[in-house]
Design a protein around this ligand. Structure first.
Ligand code: SF4
Length: 317
């Protein structure tokens, strides 16, 4: 919106400049040019008024977004900087043995962070597998979601996001501090002990704070923090996240398995759909459209695995 209003402002100033210049032309020519420019300026004013109404609507919306084409579509997170994509977020859970889509859901939430336990539980219900192992990419990493799976007895494998605020500033990453559970302390890159100091609640999560008294005289301090001391916060359920990370460290092939499992149906469906978008609008309709795609995909997969005759036989049984 800001960019569009800036463009309009630029065009407006350009036309005003051209109007001034037109005054210096022959009267007949000046009159024709002036009429044409005034028409353009009127259109710009109308467009500005229209955008202001849209902006008011956008600000009133709970998530500060408004989609004029499909009211339910929302901005999706994309990996490219400055790129945008407005649409829907299709979640799928795919079984690694047969590559069948065992659960799917269409949402208009622009990221995957809150989807792990929801999709994992749906997958377990659909497959009936009691000891389910779930692999997801780092876009799904969220402490509360990993904890929810843990409480349900679902084993998760997913890498941590690469973003570390300290590392981005050129300081030691959080991973450089090792937790020593038997002492409830951290050990830092300088070999100092960060002892427990206090507990606090942040965004509903209970966190424990640790730091060392040796920071002031530490030779490595400039690589560590600009504060009086480097403080490490630990979530009360951090051990669940550490266990998930360690499972992945011991089973790095899990991420390859994820890629070749979940990308197979997505690739197939996209190839069938062609270079196009969903043909329906609104969340409810897009969900139905996706369900039809999933049904077609799963049917073709089952025919491939069992053959038509066997599929007909088990369907009748
Ligand atoms: S500044 Fe403090 S936490 Fe950082 S390396 Fe030195 S002693 Fe350890």
């Amino acid at each position: 919106m800001k960019r569009r209003l800036e463009q309009i402002e630029e065009s407006f100033n350009r036309y005003l400049g051209q109007l001034d210049a037109a005054d210096r032309d022959e009267p007949a020519l000046a009159e024709a040019k002036t009429a044409h420019l005034k028409e353009k300026i009127t259109k710009l004013r109308e467009e500005t008024a229209r955008l202001q109404v849209v902006e008011e609507e956008r600000l009133k919306s709970p998530d500060q977004q408004v989609s004029l084409t499909d009211p339910d579509a929302r901005a999706m997170a994309t990996s490219g900087r400055g790129t945008g994509n407005v649409g829907y977020n299709v979640q799928t859970a795919v079984d690694s043995q047969h590559h069948l889509i065992v659960a799917h859901e269409v949402t208009n939430v622009g990221h995957d962070r809150g989807q792990l336990s929801n999709m994992a539980k749906q997958a377990r219900e659909a497959t009936g597998i009691k000891e389910l192992k779930v692999v997801a990419d780092r876009g799904y990493f969220k402490g509360e979601e990993i904890l929810a799976c843990h409480k349900e007895g679902i084993t998760t494998y997913l890498p941590k996001p690469l973003t570390s605020p300290s590392q981005a500033k050129g300081f030691f990453p959080r991973d450089a501090f090792r937790y020593l559970p038997e002492r409830n302390e951290y050990s830092c890159p300088a070999g100092q002990r960060l002892t427990w100091r206090y507990e606090t609640i942040d965004k509903g999560m209970k966190l424990h704070a640790y730091w060392s008294s040796a920071c002031a005289t530490c030779a490595m301090k400039e690589k560590c923090t600009t504060d009086k001391q480097r403080r490490i916060k630990r979530w009360e359920h951090e051990d669940v996240l550490e266990a998930a990370q360690s499972r992945l460290d011991w089973n790095p092939e899990m991420m390859r398995l994820r890629r070749k499992t979940v990308e197979h149906p997505f690739g197939t469906l996209k190839a069938w759909m062609g270079a196009t978008h969903f043909t329906t609008k609104r969340l409810r309709n897009v969900s139905t459209e996706m369900s039809l795609h999933v049904l077609a995909y799963n049917l073709k997969r089952v025919i491939k695995i069992l053959g038509v005759n066997e599929l007909m036989r088990v369907t009748r049984a």
